[in-house]
Design a protein around this ligand. Structure first.
Ligand SMILES: Nc1nc2c(c(=O)[nH]1)N[C@H]1C(S)=C(S)[C@@H](COP(=O)(O)O)O[C@H]1N2
Ligand SMILES: [Mo]
Length: 314
């Protein structure tokens, strides 16, 4: 795992990790070629190893809140396209093909277009953002994402005067995602934000984690991260962003409307119908800790909801 280094003169973690990965891949390809010949190499090229991330600006650690280990983050989580259990994504997401990849942006925008993954990696300067992640089920983590503000993408497609919401579509390919054939959710997994929420500088498109490209269980190659909302609002493996005039119904709202609302802001004062949200368990810790309003980001985001009844708008 990566050792954090706050010396600004030190090489960027992506430079180290990226170079090692790259050299490892050259070695791998040489060995594969020597061992298995053209067929082997051909298969390796058909699903090439992910490219390295461009250099990024290191993030600020959260005081007294250690990072959740990479091993924990990749082996425990929700990605229902790969199965219903916390260990399903870690066991099954290897079948996800993350290249070629692109994100279609359409709807109420003046400049609808498709962004190729390599374009996304260079759309804006990459930054590390160390964020709390709070799952609606009561566990939480501290994650060193790498990405860029979603506002950077929004700016480039120029929303029309009618655009009020963004809808995010995850990939839904039954060949790569074995559980998409079961009607557990209305696939593709769809989530949405109000335009002003999506424009907030804390909302990012993440393309990396711990100095590397995003691992498949965490939503490779590009996912949303909205740290003041329950984790289910942050769709993984995004292939489409649609700008809308009307508030859409999301996959979770369709599955259980009284349990999962449109806003889903982290709120210790509003219980889930089946459990309290007052506390959370950090992955890797034993004792539960109090959950903070807006997951600790109230100073930055509470004004987005001024005058709203947060019990009704859960
Ligand atoms: N496409 C898709 N995105 C998803 C999910 C999912 O099942 N499918 N699960 C959500 C939930 S409930 C959480 S808590 C976070 C978990 O992200 P992590 O595994 O990177 O911690 O992803 C969210 N994004
Ligand atoms: Mo979650």
């Amino acid at each position: 795992m990566l050792i954090k280094n706050n010396d600004p003169a030190a090489p960027c973690p992506s430079e180290i990790t990226g170079k090692d990965l790259y050299q490892g891949r050259r070695r791998f390809l040489r060995q594969a070629g020597a061992l298995g010949g053209a067929l082997w190499l051909g298969q390796a090229e058909a699903n090439p190893a992910p490219a390295q991330l461009p250099p990024f600006k290191p993030g600020q650690p959260l005081p007294d809140e250690p990072l959740t280990s990479l091993d924990t983050l990749t082996s425990y989580g929700n990605f229902y396209e790969f199965g219903p259990n916390k260990d399903s994504p870690g066991r099954n997401a290897h079948t996800l093909k993350t290249r070629p990849w692109s994100v279609e942006v359409d709807g109420e925008v003046l400049k609808p277009r498709r962004f190729d993954l390599d374009e996304l990696l260079r759309l804006a300067p990459l930054e590390e953002r160390i964020y709390r992640l709070r799952c609606v089920e009561g566990w939480s983590a501290v994650v060193p994402w790498i990405g860029f503000p979603l506002a950077e993408l929004i700016r480039r497609v120029q929303p029309t005067g009618n655009a009020r919401y963004l809808e995010f579509w995850s990939l839904a390919d039954p060949v790569q995602m074995p559980f998409v054939q079961y009607p557990t959710l209305d696939w593709p997994y769809r989530e949405a934000l109000r335009l002003d929420e999506a424009m907030h500088p804390l909302a990012i498109l993440a393309v990396g984690l711990y100095g590397q490209v995003l691992p498949k269980p965490n939503g490779a190659p590009v996912r949303l991260v909205v740290p003041w909302k329950y984790g289910f609002k942050s769709g993984k493996s995004i292939v489409r962003i649609r700008f809308l005039e009307q508030q859409p119904r999301t996959s979770w709202m369709k599955a259980a409307p009284d349990e999962y609302g449109f806003y889903a802001n982290v709120n210790p004062a509003v219980s889930h119908p089946r459990w309290s949200q007052a506390k959370e368990r950090r992955l890797g810790e034993f004792f539960r800790r109090p959950t903070l309003p807006f997951n600790g980001y109230a100073a930055q985001v509470a004004s987005l909801y001024a005058g709203m009844d947060l019990h009704r708008n859960y």
